[in-house]
Ligand binder design. Structure first.
Ligand SMILES: [Zn+2]
Ligand SMILES: [Zn+2]
Length: 378
């Protein structure tokens, strides 16, 4: 068994065979901290390539160095605890090794390789911020208020979904660029000045709600089209191919689908004259919301689930049984599904299984990227 396989097996151990005190939590924590440290070091070596201009200020402030030290210190402490506690010491040693490499690289002077300005940058730091923020919020929530109690962070295919998360964070600039396309076009063709005057006069929070309703309306129909037309379904089936639902699962989406979906839902945002602050607040909400509705959270939301999309509502959308096919397209307001006849939320029940009924979607990121363009098998 290769070392990689051994680490993978250790990480994916079922919960009952790694009780608290077995060194599993500290071991995986040390690997995580070590990897986070490595990523931060990489960002510092290649600032032009890996950094979003919006985050450059933070890099220059010196906080990053302090943060890096804290992260690496955590890596060491966790690794030592894990080596002391566990019988199979592979997690602890791996965490220690990664933290050590990150420290060595991090202590070298960060003379920027690729200092020349590049038109394209990759948001590696954006990915780190993403995973830290969203992960540190949802991992404990899913641990203590789970729907599926046996499911762990390292459930089947977590690497694939993490890779999706990495890619779409890293290509954030290309995506934002593509996202603006349809809006620019609509602004060119249609004169919205009348609507804009009305929107501008609305109070701030009303604007935020109007953005949510307008984008969800567009999202509903684009999403429904992705289910209705076989060619589009070949793209969207990838999003549905996940068998385990959690905060990471929503990241699994074909790059072109993200571009189309975001581009079209962005049209009302950028053509109707909303305040930039209202748009910012909306983006913050969406940022958490898509992780929320996919998450493995078993909290009883029966009071609000008529009005707002909850994990149970969107889990039904991902169900593979007959009753779960082509339902619950909304991502904010179930009302849309009520109105257009696709609402399905049996009281208190959850779908039995997730995934694409009948299968057919290959495993792995690159196979899934080319999947929509391949001839469908008969
Ligand atoms: Zn869908
Ligand atoms: Zn989904």
């Amino acid at each position: 068994m290769s070392i990689i396989e051994e680490i993978k097996n250790e990480l994916e151990k079922p919960r009952h065979s790694r009780p608290l005190g077995s060194g599993w939590l500290s071991g995986s924590g040390s690997i995580l901290a070590g990897l986070a440290g490595l990523l931060i070091v990489m960002v510092r070596f290649f600032p032009q390539t890996f950094t979003m201009p919006e985050l450059a200020m933070i890099h220059e402030s010196g906080y990053v160095t302090v943060f890096l030290r804290v992260v690496l210190l955590l890596g060491y402490v966790f690794a030592l605890i894990s080596i002391l506690l566990s019988r199979n010491k592979v997690l602890g040693w791996t965490g220690l090794l990664i933290s050590l490499v990150a420290s060595l690289l991090g202590s070298m002077p960060a003379t920027a390789v690729g200092q020349e300005t590049q038109a394209l940058y990759f948001g590696l730091d954006y990915f780190i911020v993403n995973v830290l923020f969203i992960g540190f919020l949802f991992v404990p929530l899913e641990r203590f208020l789970p729907y599926k109690k046996e499911q762990t962070v390292f459930r089947p295919e977590w690497q694939e979904d993490m890779f999706y998360y990495l890619v779409s964070s890293m290509l954030v600039q290309i995506l934002s660029f593509l996202t603006m396309g349809p809006s620019i076009l609509v602004n060119e063709i249609v004169d919205m000045s009348g609507v804009i005057a009305t929107i501008v006069a609305l109070p701030f929070w009303v604007q935020v709600v109007v953005i949510m309703v307008a984008t969800d309306f567009v999202q509903y129909w684009v999403h429904r089209a992705f289910h209705t037309f076989p060619f589009l379904w070949r793209f969207h089936s990838i999003h549905h191919s996940t068998q385990s639902m959690d905060w990471l699962a929503g990241a699994r989406m074909h790059f072109l689908e993200i571009a189309v979906l975001r581009g079209l839902t962005a049209v009302p945002i950028f053509t109707l004259g909303f305040k930039p602050e209202a748009i910012q607040v909306y983006l913050m909400i969406v940022y958490f919301y898509s992780s929320f509705i996919h998450s493995n959270l078993g909290v009883n939301f029966s009071l609000i689930e008529r009005f707002l999309v909850t994990p149970r509502f969107h889990h039904w959308h991902h169900g593979s049984e007959r009753a779960a096919i082509d339902i619950n397209y909304a991502t904010h307001f179930p009302l849309l599904d009520w109105l257009f006849g696709t609402h399905h939320l049996p009281k208190g029940a959850w779908p039995k299984k997730y995934g694409v009924a009948g299968g057919g979607v290959p495993k792995g990121y690159f196979k899934q990227m080319v999947h929509p363009f391949k001839k469908p098998e008969k």
